[in-house]
Write a protein that binds this ligand. Structure first.
Ligand SMILES: [Fe+2]
Ligand SMILES: [Fe+2]
Length: 341
């Protein structure tokens, strides 16, 4: 999907002409903007967040997804030249503002503002108390899923796993001096300590190959609904916007703490269905290594920054919430889809 010449969309077929126009604008080198592009966007945005239409939210998250892809596109493509395009920036900023204000509508900050609280422990409590941390999806995969259902999980997990190097790399840019060692160590783990075979992207590709699951160029984003797209966008919003950098660190911390217990269940399900250790190397690796990564983000990165800049706590808190909330909705939907086959 990334580093290719074209930015792709799972929703070109949608009735909203907007997506098609946006996509052709991104991939074309012309300066001509379809006159109705912004007008249609504004209408869809108000359908999405003022009128609460789920289909419109899908279009908005898809638009954000497409715009974020320009940041990782092939450098010589038309899409790469659109990276900071003024029309795309208008769409992106309006969409992000509407999404985040909806996402955090009910958030209260009283606890976070209390400086006496041990901040990493507070965030661990947030994770442990959240429904995303003990989601039925992983119990189902452990005990009941068929191979076909398990494979749908693998396909759906592809897009994010395959850009994780880039996402960790984004946390290095402008990192606080004291946190750089920890973040670099995480990135080094992500690339298998320099061994191409053990780099996580290849471990994941290997898992798919060993199950004869083909990997399409779009990394199965055509399977994505609004919640999967929002989960993906939750990383990229912090990656490409400096003002959301602390949110990205919160998103990362929650990702690392969520994975080990849930991947343990997933691996049990894989073994039950006849997969062998070699098949699940990617997930086994994350069961062990992500325990360290979770502690690292919380204690050696977030806590260090939060102690220095107390105002950053709110942002870390929001980032953590963003990851937990989007993961919960994504898991809910994926479980429904998995049960449907
Ligand atoms: Fe990884
Ligand atoms: Fe990790």
């Amino acid at each position: 999907m990334f580093n290719n010449q074209y930015v792709q969309s799972p929703f070109v077929q949608d009735s909203y002409r907007f997506t098609e126009n946006l996509l052709s604008y991104i991939n074309s080198g012309t300066d001509q903007v379809e006159p109705s592009l912004l007008e249609n966007f504004n209408k869809i945005l108000s359908d999405a967040y003022q009128n609460g239409m789920p289909e419109a939210r899908k279009i908005i998250h898809n638009a954000l997804f497409l715009i974020y892809q320009t940041h990782l596109s092939y450098p010589l493509s038309a899409a790469a030249r659109r990276q900071h395009d003024e029309v795309l920036l208008i769409i992106k900023q309006r969409a992000e503002r509407a999404w985040l204000s909806e996402e955090f509508r009910d958030v209260r900050f009283t606890d976070v503002e209390d400086l006496n609280v041990n901040f990493p422990n507070y965030l661990i409590g947030l994770w442990k108390g959240h429904r995303a941390a003990r989601h039925d999806l992983f119990d189902f995969l452990e005990r009941d899923a068929t191979r076909e259902q398990l494979f749908l999980f693998f396909k759906s997990d592809s897009a994010l796993n395959l850009i994780f190097f880039d996402l960790v790399a984004y946390t290095l840019i402008g990192a606080e001096q004291e946190t750089r060692g920890t973040v670099s160590e995480n990135l080094w783990d992500e690339i298998g300590h320099g061994d191409n075979y053990f780099t996580h992207v290849n471990l994941y590709k290997n898992l798919l190959e060993r199950q004869d699951i083909s990997l399409p160029e779009n990394h199965y984003i055509d399977l994505y609904g609004v919640d999967a797209l929002a989960g993906h966008n939750a990383f990229m919003i912090g990656a490409v916007n400096r003002c959301h950098y602390y949110k990205l660190l919160g998103v990362m911390a929650m990702t690392e703490v969520l994975d080990p217990p849930q991947y343990t269940k997933l691996v049990n399900g894989c073994i039950r269905l006849g997969l062998i250790d070699k098949d699940v190397h990617y997930y086994n690796e994350h069961i062990t290594i992500d325990i360290k990564h979770g502690d690292d983000w919380l204690y050696n990165v977030i806590d260090v920054i939060a102690s220095k800049y107390p105002d950053s706590r709110q942002e870390f808190y929001l980032g953590c919430l963003l990851r937990l909330q989007t993961a919960e909705r994504y898991y809910d939907n994926l479980l429904k889809e998995i049960k449907n086959i």
